[in-house]
Design a protein around this ligand. Sequence first.
Ligand code: URA
Length: 243
Amino acid sequence: MSALRLDRLLANLGYGSRREVQALVRNGVVTLDGAVVDDADMKIALTPDLPARLLVDGTPLDPLPGLALMLHKPLGMTCSHKEAGPLVYEVLPERWRRRDPAISTVGRLDKETSGLLLLTDDGALLHRIISPKRHVAKRYTATLARPLRGNEGAVFAAGTLMLEGEDKPLAPAVLEPLTATTARVTITEGRYHQVRRMFAAVGNHVDALHRDRIGGLDLPDDFAPGLCRVMTAADIAAIFAGA
Ligand code: URA
């Protein structure tokens, strides 16, 4: 089990620079199991129960690294620093945006796509979810500009659909028509604007796109846009269930 010096731990969790957290510790606001810790050099074992035992200003320590979050991404927020507009990271508590390792999105959703978006500071977990070899399915509901023609499911399932500008066909995808102009699409890859481009390739246009499932993990019905919460071990297991 790993251990870190208290000042390094607090600085990595975004509580301030090394100097600032040393000052916090000197001021006696950090307690471990109820006793003030005044030695910033003290080695702290990173046990799962640490946040409940180590308080800063009377408040449990932030979650340790290995953090995974689910967000209901609202429309209009972007996952990319390169794009204009509010970043999804703005929904996180301010301190969490200064953590090292940093929290990043697991893949991306377009600015105009809503729904289930995962974030984590755990690089190995991130790669397990996005690696095409794992075949973790992502399910979307698309609202289309024109009625379905009827052959889209076969085209998507064929594993031969070539998107404009690419040289490798898409892996098979599943289409479930819901109404004349809405459909569920399940894909296992994460190519740029993939679902929008798939419908463009069959002569349609996506007016609205929403992701409601990753692997076996559903966006909860009562989880409003903009809400974010820490994932449980069961949530993470659900992502890989059936993959
Ligand atoms: N496909 C898209 O076109 N956009 C997304 O945000 C996700 C998948």
